[in-house]
Design a protein around this ligand. Structure first.
Ligand code: HEC
Length: 102
């Protein structure tokens, strides 16, 4: 019987585990570069997802960025006009580009 109680207590104990220390969630700031075209990106891209989706791609050629903008329009029905699409592409290429067109 004593054994059973001990086993029951051991089995139940994780349920009562508590974290005593104060947990600090690290604040991760995305380095968003301000510049021409950023307003177009803010108005046309950030309603669906954060800026992290873009900078997580790393530095990329112009064609890559244009392809992503087109993908957003085609696949996800992002309501973006040609003028804004170009402004966003220019911005991404200038600040997160790798100097290559393709
Ligand atoms: C209508 C909503 C919507 C808008 C507006 C939108 N996106 Fe997205 N975006 C998505 C979805 C959905 C995904 C895919 C999420 C996933 O796979 O988890 C995505 C993913 C991405 C990715 C990750 C890479 C990939 O291929 O999936 C990038 C980069 C990106 N978007 C860039 C942009 C840019 C730049 C704009 C503005 C021109 C934009 N998005 C506007 C919905 C949107």
């Amino acid at each position: 019987m004593k054994k059973l109680i001990l086993i029951a207590a051991l089995l139940a104990s994780p349920l009562f585990a508590q974290v005593k220390e104060k947990i600090e969630v690290p604040y991760v700031a995305f380095p968003i570069k301000m510049g021409k075209g950023f307003d177009a990106l803010q108005a046309n891209c950030l309603m669906c997802h954060s800026f992290g989706y873009m900078i997580n791609q790393g530095r990329q050629p112009r064609k890559f960025w244009r392809g992503k903008v087109d993908k957003m329009i085609k696949e996800f029905k992002a309501p973006i006009g040609e003028e804004a699409a170009k402004a966003v592409t220019d911005y991404l290429y200038k600040y997160y580009g790798n100097q290559k067109l393709k």
